[in-house]
Design a protein around this ligand. Sequence first.
Ligand SMILES: NC(=O)c1ccc[n+]([C@@H]2O[C@H](COP(=O)([O-])OP(=O)(O)OC[C@H]3O[C@@H](n4cnc5c(N)ncnc54)[C@H](O)[C@@H]3O)[C@@H](O)[C@H]2O)c1
Length: 320
Amino acid sequence: MENKNTYLVTGAAGFIGSNLIESILNNGDKVVGLDNLATGKLENLSFIETHPHRENFQLIEGDITDISICNESCRGVDYILHHAALASVAESMALPEKYEEINIGGTLNLLQAAKKAQVKRFVFASSSAVYGDSPEFPKHEALCPNPKSPYAITKLSGEYYCKLFYESFGLPTVILRYFNIFGPKQDPTSQYSAVIPLFIDAFLKGKSPKIFGDGEQTRDFVYVQNIVKANLAACHAPDSIFGKPVNIGCGDRISINQLAHKIKALMKSPTSIQYEPPRAGDVRDSLADITRAKSAGLIDNPIGLDEGLKYTVEWFLNHK
Ligand SMILES: NC(=O)c1ccc[n+]([C@@H]2O[C@H](COP(=O)([O-])OP(=O)(O)OC[C@H]3O[C@@H](n4cnc5c(N)ncnc54)[C@H](O)[C@@H]3O)[C@@H](O)[C@H]2O)c1
């Protein structure tokens, strides 16, 4: 008798999506990946070719703004881990309509398809960007959101749709508000790439990494395997968290200057750091209160920043 679970991972070829798929396959479950390859890369899924459970994976190349693709992708699925999105604060300042169409329109399509397919759980990848730069610390879920970019507004809208679909239609939705994630497979090549892969890539190439502003801005960095664990746990979490945001971070923060020096030391790089003017839309400080996630079992014995950085640097050194 076969009793495998089937997951749909949207954003399958992206950084987080491809890490999720690897863990799901390792657990012996089935997974459908949906991606239009807008920012994701097939290379991130190349490990599947030699994976012992490769027959458990199916890739659908398609767009979440197409409702028929969403319906097809959700058919027969138990759990949806919705990660497809355009994910750059800076780019969203220039292209707000595109962010609205994909991040809000696509999420609404998937919620409708999930409702129709009567899935057991819909997990939504939201962002700490919804807090904006409110002065309270740490950021806890009861704070009033204060989005400062079109990207953050699209994530907040997605959250409200998840809340609505739970409260009005009984769809079991879980909203994960991610802080700054890092780890293997994170793209260092775009002008919108996140700071950790950019720093590692610059040191690898002997170039000076750039810091926007004075470098004293702080972030709560969370290793990608902690995100994978949170998603899988969210599929079995108590219904007390349905329709409510849950912070997923480390509960600790460091400045970008400190981070740059940690990576420089790990990589034994002699290269100096270059400072540029601050960027519009970037928040000053960020720190998660993770009480809710811990009590719902979504964060348990997480991998810390130093250990995660070590694994990440090793991965980049092995894949240069
Ligand atoms: N990485 C972080 O630090 C972070 C923090 C907070 C929230 N998030 C959220 O987590 C999710 C995944 O982020 P990531 O870092 O893996 O980004 P990513 O860019 O690596 O992955 C996103 C994936 O979505 C795909 N995609 C984009 N538009 C699509 C569309 N219209 N149809 C189908 N697929 C589409 C892209 O091709 C890509 O593979 C996003 O929703 C992002 O907003 C990420």
